[in-house]
Design a protein around this ligand. Structure first.
Ligand code: ADP
Ligand code: MG
Length: 186
């Protein structure tokens, strides 16, 4: 089933406690005398599992129904984008949980006899694009085609067949990132 809106916005308030006033289910955040509306507000004590249940399930379902799906984390440095997306080394984030669900569904659903899953992982940092899965650094460029839209020329793909394979590639890419986790408030 298609969700009612093609774009949803969520906010996760990271610990330590904040002086913002919010109503989780109603998606209202009152901060600095202004009201902000989201599809959902996650409080500082929201678990990674809760975040996955609200965001990951629908994202995977939409993808399996043929929609291009994007999960985009936005925020100032140190606000928890990397933590929410990919966890903190010992804990899995939204990306691992969503891919695990995607693989489970692809393997177990009678809708799919066969699947091929490929991943890319790139970083744009200081206006330079780097392929995080490439063995050797090589020049890659963002291009646009009138028919099919944006793509990255020269970007390498890794074939994934299970969760372990994905974890391995993700770890390999994470280690090459210019900004790993930010040591704010630690
Ligand atoms: P960003 O990627 O937005 O720059 P990080 O994800 O690196 O920020 O988070 C900054 C620091 O805060 C990290 O040490 C991370 O472990 C910690 N952190 C972020 N969000 C949470 C959270 N919800 N619960 C506990 N620690 C968090
Ligand atoms: Mg980060």
């Amino acid at each position: 089933m298609r969700s009612e809106s093609s774009i949803k916005t969520f906010i996760r308030i990271r610990p330590p406690a904040t002086n913002a006033i919010f109503k989780e289910e109603e998606g209202v955040l009152n901060c600095c005398d202004k009201l902000y509306r989201f599809n959902h507000v996650f409080s500082p004590d929201a678990t990674d599992e809760e975040i996955f249940e609200h965001i990951g399930f629908e994202l995977v379902e939409n993808t399996l129904n043929g929609l291009n799906s994007t999960l985009f984390a936005y925020g100032q440095t140190g606000t928890g984008k990397t933590y929410t997306m990919t966890g903190n080394g010992s804990k899995e984030g939204l990306v691992q949980r969503s891919v695990a669900l995607l693989i489970r569904k692809l393997k177990n659903s009678p809708r799919f006899d066969y699947f091929s899953l490929k991943i890319n992982y790139l970083e744009i940092y200081n206006e330079a694009i780097r392929d995080l899965l490439a063995e050797k650094e090589s020049k890659i460029t963002i291009r646009e085609l009138a028919k099919s839209g944006f793509y990255v020329e020269g970007l390498e793909s890794a074939e994934i067949s299970d969760e372990e394979g994905f974890a391995k590639e993700l770890k390999r890419g994470l280690l090459k990132r210019s900004t790993k986790s930010t040591k704010m408030n630690e």
